[in-house]
Structure formats: structure tokens, C-alpha cells
Design a protein around this ligand. Structure first.
Ligand code: 5GP
Length: 139
């Protein structure tokens, strides 16, 4: 299968502004930033979606997100960050290689919260919520 753009970055075949690297994880600036300091954190191994990651790699990935977020905020003097994953094409994922977006946020920047992804929140009954919770917890 053809390499994704992120595999090419990991392989050093195309350049990136790398801000952090471990044996398993790479972090670099997004080429089309939503804000100054917008950073992508990826596992070096190619996995399309979060559920494809081995648990130890998922932990490594989040450890880098955890360590890097305050450094990014300080670097660009941000007031906050929005952190998220477009996990699958239906969620807007364009590069099929797991990546965590760390987007610096600023008071009055005009952006919305993660809740803005849903134009209309579904109205769910208590029974429906119970059933969903049951299904998840017993999966
Ligand atoms: P997605 O929509 O898949 O969650 O996000 C993919 C992100 O990768 C986008 O924010 C896009 O700007 C970024 N991106 C795409 N190609 C490149 C590239 O070649 N280099 C870098 N640094 N970022 C890229």
C-alpha cells in the first residue's frame, strides 16, 4: 500500500518541523495550522485508527500529548488548548494515520468548543442513555 504523508515524514522523506520525538512517537507542526503552535502527535508505526493501536503505543502517544501540551501553550502564549482526534473518515480524518491535534486557543479567538462538531445534539431518553451505557460497559 502507498505510504501516507505521515509515514513519509517519519521516514524523513519529506520535511516537517519536528518539536518532539521518542522511539515510538513523533510530534511536528501542522502544515496548515488552525492557530500558531498547532501540533500533530503521531505514533511512528502506521495505524489508521485509534482502535488499531496496541495499548502500550496508545499510552506512549498520550504521554507525549500530556508532556507537550503545556510547552506548546507557553511557546505561543496560549490561554488554553483544544485536543482531539478525527478518528475515521466520517469524523473528518483526511490522513489515514492516527494523529492527535493539539490546537492552541486564545481568549476571544472566535473558535468553538468540541461541542461545535454537532449541529444538533440528539435528544435521548433516560432508557436510551441507560442502554447505550450498558452496551459500552459490557462490550
Ligand atoms: P485530519 O483532517 O486527518 O485530522 O488532519 C490532517 C492534518 O494534517 C491537517 O490539519 C493538515 O493540515 C495536516 N497535514 C497534511 N499534510 C501535511 C504535511 O505534509 N505536513 C504537515 N506538517 N501537516 C500536514
Amino acid at each position: 500500500m502507498a505510504k501516507t504523508i505521515f509515514e513519509k515524514i517519519v521516514a524523513g522523506e519529506i520535511p516537517a518541523r519536528v518539536v518532539h520525538e521518542t522511539d515510538a512517537v513523533l510530534a511536528f507542526l501542522d502544515a496548515n495550522p488552525l492557530a500558531p503552535g498547532h501540533t500533530l502527535v503521531i505514533p511512528k508505526d502506521a495505524h489508521e485508527r485509534l482502535d488499531g493501536l496496541p495499548a502500550d503505543l496508545a499510552a506512549d502517544l498520550f504521554a507525549v500529548v500530556h508532556a507537550l501540551t503545556p510547552k506548546i501553550e507557553r511557546a505561543v502564549d496560549a490561554d488554553a488548548t483544544t485536543i482531539g482526534i478525527n478518528n475515521g473518515a466520517a469524523a473528518g480524518q483526511e490522513v489515514p494515520h492516527v494523529h492527535v491535534h493539539i490546537v492552541p486557543r486564545f481568549e476571544g479567538d472566535g473558535g468553538g468548543p468540541i461541542h461545535a462538531i454537532s449541529p444538533a445534539s440528539p435528544s435521548l431518553s433516560a432508557d436510551e442513555l441507560d442502554e447505550i451505557a450498558d452496551t459500552i460497559s459490557t462490550a
